[in-house]
Design a protein around this ligand. Structure first.
Ligand SMILES: NC(=O)c1ccc[n+]([C@@H]2O[C@H](COP(=O)([O-])OP(=O)(O)OC[C@H]3O[C@@H](n4cnc5c(N)ncnc54)[C@H](OP(=O)(O)O)[C@@H]3O)[C@@H](O)[C@H]2O)c1
Length: 402
């Protein structure tokens, strides 16, 4: 049998997850010819040769490989590895959402030019085969919208704040102790990690290439226990959501008050709710990170790569971002920004003086400007009319209307 030769870049959480499954399965169709890491001295000898990046050994192995699995933690070198592999017509399987989302246009162009295969199921909602659902099974069905919890670290923090009454800082500390959050949690809690995943899912669903730097991205890092308590008191939860309303061309990342299926997704789990043209609403949930979840996603991609010709079935399109008005909860953590807030929102429905929060009617783009001027502000999306009613009725004693 003509075995597919695999070269693995990166031997951290994801790389080890893949290697563990590779060893377990002993599939005769594949041969792992090498593992490439950054710093060789950190690694003890394994069953396969481990080499350092950018050495003669790496170059020889690269030339022999049919499939490159890229799961490095280095943004620039990760990009080079992916592009170089595609330019050489190799099948690429990557877990690196930031590299993929930030360079999507270039990566897709190179992939098309060299007719190479590119798969990245591990890059968003790892163990949930959502990319395969989007580009395979539903390749010829319109996807109207989706909402998703895509960052396990943030979801873990929110769960701890809600269930155990922890402060944001304490919940983050716990996430770090358990290995859910990195020493620098910026990408996770700021919403950027979710924005990268939103970019990749939107592309798989539609062929539209979003620029994450143009999106409204709000994280959970300014949330207070009072915000969580306010939600809990009203039978709601706060979840960090990626929102794509494809029909209306609206894409953003923001915590939201939720009471639907997404409210039941706790700890480090991920979930996606997709509205299809004919299949209608579907809900997927599972593990979005960690050794086994990511290893499983890469293993699935490897098997699938043997049987498919193309993973990008929808024509590439440029993104148009449309503004939208909606209802939002805003906590001004610095009251001196009140004037800025007033200048950016269309209407303040109610406000709570004691807790310094406002319920407002405002456009997405004006909130983007508000965040630039008052970065410590926390914005939470109010998705449903019932939620709006709950909040506006409740704080009536402090409220005024323009
Ligand atoms: N962890 C997760 O659950 C998860 C989930 C989804 C996606 N991802 C993404 O998957 C990628 C890997 O994540 P991880 O958690 O496995 O990271 P990690 O545990 O920090 O491991 C990163 C690995 O990359 C290696 N590396 C760095 N630069 C390299 C280079 N130029 N060539 C070859 N290897 C290089 C490192 O080598 P040394 O060991 O020598 O330092 C290390 O083995 C990241 O892009 C991450 O965002 C991770």
């Amino acid at each position: 049998m003509n075995k597919k030769k695999i070269l693995l870049y990166g031997f951290g959480t994801v790389g080890k997850g893949f290697y563990h499954i590779y060893q377990d399965k002993k599939n005769p169709a594949f041969e792992l010819i090498g593992i490439i890491v950054k710093n060789l001295t950190k690694h003890s000898p394994a069953d396969v040769p481990i080499h350092a990046y950018n050495t003669d050994n790496e170059k020889i192995l690269f030339s022999q490989a049919d499939v490159i699995i890229e799961c490095t933690s280095n943004y620039g070198e990760g990009r080079d590895i992916i592009l170089n592999a595609l330019e050489n017509g190799k099948t690429v399987i990557s877990a690196s959402k930031k590299v993929l989302a930030e360079n999507l246009s270039e990566i897709i162009q190179v992939r098309e030019k060299h007719k190479a295969k590119l798969l990245y199921e591990a890059a968003a909602a790892a163990s949930i085969p959502v990319f395969k659902a989007l580009y395979q099974h539903f390749s010829d069905e319109k996807i109207k919208n989706f909402k998703a919890i895509l960052n396990g670290t943030s979801n873990f923090i929110l769960t701890k704040m809600e269930a155990e009454g922890l402060s944001y800082t304490k919940a983050l500390e716990q996430a770090q102790q358990l290995g859910y959050a990195e020493a620098d949690p910026f990408l996770d809690v700021s919403g950027w990690d979710t924005a990268y995943k939103l970019t990749l899912l939107t592309f798989a669903a539609t062929g539209i290439i979003l620029n994450p730097h143009q999106l409204f991205i709000e994280g959970i890092d300014n949330l207070t226990f009072q915000d969580i308590y306010l939600a809990k008191n009203n039978g709601l939860k706060i979840k960090l959501l990626a929102i794509a309303d494809i029909e209306k061309e609206i894409y953003f990342v923001c915590p939201a008050f939720v009471s639907d299926e997404l409210a039941n997704i706790d700890e480090a789990f991920n979930a996606i709710k997709i509205e299809y043209e004919y299949a209608k609403s579907q809900f997927y949930a599972g593990r979005g990170a960690g050794k086994e979840a990511t290893g499983s996603a890469i293993w699935g991609d490897l098997n699938l790569s043997q049987n498919i010709l193309d993973t990008h079935t929808k024509p590439v399109q440029k993104a148009t971002l449309t503004n939208t008005y909606g209802y939002w909860f805003i906590r001004l953590n610095e009251p001196s920004y009140t004037n800025v807030l007033y200048s950016k929102v269309k209407e303040i429905l109610t406000y709570n003086k004691m807790q310094n929060y406002y319920i407002v009617h405002a456009s997405l783009f004006s909130l983007q400007e508000l965040k630039k001027l008052a970065p410590n502000t926390q914005i939470i999306r109010i998705e449903h009319q019932e939620t709006l009613k709950l909040f506006t009725q409740q704080s009536v004693s402090y409220s005024f209307q323009f």
